[in-house]
Design a protein around this ligand. Structure first.
Ligand code: WQD
Length: 341
């Protein structure tokens, strides 16, 4: 087993990935700046695995702090890099915050990794790089389109920076994981999604509406060219997604990669409409959801769901959990969070 740095390890996907890394025996060090997470998440991880990860509060935009970290942890064998700003809408209004945080920190991390004897790097990317794909399901060969937001652009630029670095740094091997829509929570109800303020994403808004925290869900458009008129996405359970990170990391640690830089789409391979997600929530919760159809949200693509063949065949990974599993775990998590308030 190896010592692995998880940046953004107190975040939604990061915390679930830390749990899965510990479950297979890796030693985990977390860096997080706590800008979009809390120390309660560290307690949640520890409660699940019984192992408290080493945690350091570091702002990765501070180059000297990143250098100092690697002086003290020069035995790190791999990095899973989640730390980034990720609100699509916010990125339109604050582009420089996104370019500084998402690109600057990545460059400082990579500079330190190229100094190590060897390093495995897993990058948190997104299906957003495809925009509205011309063909569905979406394969890794689908063209990367002009990003619709600075957030999406930072993912595209990030992938290019990593690819260029791997070409010249013989010690560095990297995988970009392009997530579709991560949803759900750990079945223990000890970690889950904790959106700050009004949720931008569908599933936390649904569960908060189910709890009466939000009055009503607005469904952004039912006039799309889809079977029920609402947008289609590939909703992947966060625990399945976390397990994919462990498999991808070990592919690099065990030198099974076929190139120094690879990309994998991570989804279920099944598209679900907004109305189908609502139906799944009502089915698993027994609650009737209060929602109304409103106008379209700018920037939404009509449909996006993954072709999972490459991840299935080359990573030997596939999703095991269903949309109902995800909605039930999200609902139970929401109830657990509110019961502690
Ligand atoms: C899903 C569907 C909405 C909220 C975004 C980012 C992507 C990734 C995941 C970071 C859409 C509809 C939503 C609501 C609604 N983030 N919706 N009412 O936009 O597919 O992806 O989050 O990596 O990069 O782009 O996810 O959950 O916001 O929306 O009708 O209140 O739900 O229109 O069709 P999205 P989402």
């Amino acid at each position: 087993m190896a010592k692995i740095l998880v940046t953004g390890g107190l975040g939604f996907i990061g915390s679930h990935t830390v749990v899965e890394l510990q479950n297979v025996g890796h030693e985990v060090v977390i860096i997080d700046d706590l800008s979009n997470s809390s120390m309660n998440v560290l307690d949640g991880i520890t409660a699940i695995t019984g192992i408290k990860p080493v945690f350091e509060k570091i702002d990765l935009k501070e180059k000297s702090l990143v250098e100092d970290f690697f002086k003290r942890h020069n035995d790190v064998k791999g990095v899973i890099h989640f730390a980034a700003s990720k609100a699509v809408g916010e990125s339109v209004h604050k582009p420089l915050l996104y370019y500084e945080n998402n690109i600057g920190a990545l460059v400082y991390l990579l500079k330190e990794l190229t100094k190590l004897p060897e390093a495995a790097f897993i990058f948190s990317s997104s299906c957003t790089v495809y925009g509205q794909a011309d063909e569905l399901p979406i394969t890794e060969n689908a063209p990367v389109k002009k990003a619709e937001s600075p957030y999406g652009n930072t993912k595209q630029i990030g992938e290019e920076i990593i690819q260029d670095t791997c070409k010249v740094a013989d010690n560095l091997k990297a995988i970009a994981l392009r997530y579709f829509n991560p949803v759900g929570a750990h079945p223990s109800c000890k970690i889950g999604e904790l959106p700050i303020g009004v949720p931008q994403n569908l599933v936390p808004f649904i569960t908060q509406t189910g709890m009466g925290i939000r009055e009503q869900l607005s469904v952004f458009g039912d006039d799309y060219p889809t079977p029920d008129g609402t947008c289609i996405r590939d909703y992947i359970h966060v625990v399945d997604l976390a397990k994919a990170h462990v498999v991808a990391l070990e592919r690099l640690l065990e030198h099974k990669n076929k190139a120094s830089y690879e990309t994998f789409n991570l989804g279920t391979g099944k598209g679900s409409s907004v109305l189908e997600v609502i139906e799944a929530f009502e089915r698993v919760s027994g609650e009737k959801l209060n929602y109304k159809i409103v106008g379209r949200r700018e920037g939404d693509v009509i449909a996006a769901y993954a072709d999972t063949k490459k991840a299935n065949d080359e990573l030997g990974w596939k999703t095991e959990l269903t949309l109902d599993d995800a909605m039930l775990s999200a609902w139970k998590w929401e109830q657990s969070v509110r019961s502690k308030e």
